[in-house]
Design a protein around this ligand. Sequence first.
Ligand SMILES: C[S@@+](CC[C@H](N)C(=O)[O-])C[C@H]1O[C@@H](n2cnc3c(N)ncnc32)[C@H](O)[C@@H]1O
Length: 309
Amino acid sequence: MSVNSSNLHVFVASEKYESDLLDEIKYRGNLEIVKKENGIIWAKGPKQALWWPQWQLWNIQTLPIESISQASKILKSHGKYWINLDYKLHRRSSLIQEGIVKVKIPQVKRGHISDLIKCGAWFLEDANQISFTDDISIPFKNGIPAVPEDKSAPSRAFQKLDEVFARIGRFPSKDEKVMDLGSHPGGWTWVLSHLAKSVVSVDTVALDTKVGMQKNVEFIKKDAFKLSPTEIGKLDWFFSDIICEPERLYSLVNEWRDLGLVKNFICTIKFKGTVDFDVLKKFQNIPNSEIFHLNANKHELTWTCLDKN
Ligand SMILES: C[S@@+](CC[C@H](N)C(=O)[O-])C[C@H]1O[C@@H](n2cnc3c(N)ncnc32)[C@H](O)[C@@H]1O
């Protein structure tokens, strides 16, 4: 694949969260928006992973094309696997895509990590030029992993965990202890009880009966902010989906980090009204952190902080 640094990037906004993405670009202060169309934002500036987009295509190259076959040839000469950003000129795009190797993007499967293929992405801005890059945030069509339905989970929140595990390429294993804060009604605890050895599940409201009855789930009915870390002990994974001020969550995870009791964190940072970008920067500055907007996230972001192994 080619090495290119055009410093022109395409950020695909999550449906309903385009204004958060635009606010983020303003907050970052080093990107200049050159075009906005149908939830897709072109910006110039240094390459960076933003927090709010659904998909990020960095360092875009654009070349003139005279025919469909020439467009397919250009892609083939720059790499093997290409995902089309479904944007416009659908018929012409699908004919170009037919001329290159088909990419099979696997469906997300709980408890399995599929090998993600190294793909590039491409699109047509108009019929006479093709834009492409091999530098993309995630190899899923339009940045969205296909998470299957789970009718047995007591809430839709299970989608966030299935999606984040597919994205990070890891999940808790059968010999690991995890904790799930803000767990009611139990979508996350349900997923975790099928993956981990044991789950400490904490909420001020009781779990769905079926979830609470899982043999490896210990439910603690308590305010998560009043939990004593030393009573819980070492954890392989710390999960939180608590509805609270981001600053409160930041203090809580730092309390656990300072004690060195946790290997991996996955937390939802939730916003009421305007986004607190300063607190996001503080989360981002924690070593080994990543922040992104999952397809299953609402007005919230997912923060991961994983041990290197
Ligand atoms: C979005 S829901 C969690 C959904 C859950 N992850 C699931 O998969 O079903 C947020 C939860 O946070 C809980 N919560 C809010 N403040 C809390 C606190 N201080 N301590 C414990 N739980 C809290 C609420 O009771 C609520 O059940």
